[in-house]
Design a binder for this molecule. Structure first.
Ligand SMILES: N[C@@H](CCC(=O)N[C@@H](CS)C(=O)NCC(=O)O)C(=O)O
Length: 186
């Protein structure tokens, strides 16, 4: 199996964790924005090839990897909703990050202000949800840890006011597969 992506992408990291947990043999081909624009219609990473199977999103890749190994993928609707909420926060955070890198001021228009507001309200909801239900290691909560670690790595969000989330990242960070897939030092 060939995975295309970068060592810094939180979506790619989640796929690498699932590949490692399922003992799937794979190679990671480092793929930058220019290469992904040529090789994937989504113009994003990750994408994946396995024989004649070609997938273009971390969610479909994770479903493929888990089910190929006989594991369940999102059997539980609460786990799926957690995964979706984390994706909302992650997509908005990356969107603001990439726009800032291109020289756009995130306070310069209403849509970008809404993106910043969406990150904050989603993190608040994640804290409440985690405190109420507790978190077990699964693809919903792995996505949460990948989001948080990336947001800290890129200095996008301060989680210190969110104790349950902070504790979750601490627990995730003690796991071998999470440590082994950490983004490289900047
Ligand atoms: N929904 C996609 C999101 C992937 C994504 O946003 N990847 C980022 C890297 S972390 C990317 O390639 N962004 C390039 C761009 O937006 O131009 C997934 O889950 O795979």
């Amino acid at each position: 199996m060939q995975l295309f992506g970068s060592y810094t992408s939180p979506y790619v990291r989640h796929c690498r964790i699932a590949l490692s947990e399922t003992g799937t043999e794979f190679t990671l081909t480092e793929t930058d924005h220019a290469a992904s624009a040529k090789q994937s219609p989504a113009q994003r990473v990750p994408f994946m090839e396995d024989g004649n199977v070609r997938l273009h999103d971390s969610a479909s890749i994770l479903k493929y990897v888990r089910e190929r190994a006989g594991q369940a993928w999102m059997a539980d609707v609460q786990q799926y909703d957690l995964f979706c909420l984390c994706n909302t926060a992650l997509d908005a955070t990356i969107n603001v990050f990439l726009l800032e890198r291109s020289g756009v001021d995130p306070q310069s228009n209403d849509y970008l202000k809404r993106q910043s507001g969406r990150i904050r309200t989603t993190v608040e909801a994640l804290e409440a949800l985690a405190a109420e239900r507790g978190l077990q290691w699964n693809d919903g909560s792995i996505r949460l840890a990948c989001f948080m670690d990336w947001a800290i790595y890129r200095q996008r969000f301060d989680f210190s006011a969110y104790p349950t989330l902070t504790q979750w990242l601490k627990e995730a960070s003690a796991r071998d597969e999470f440590k082994a897939t950490a983004p490289p030092p900047q």
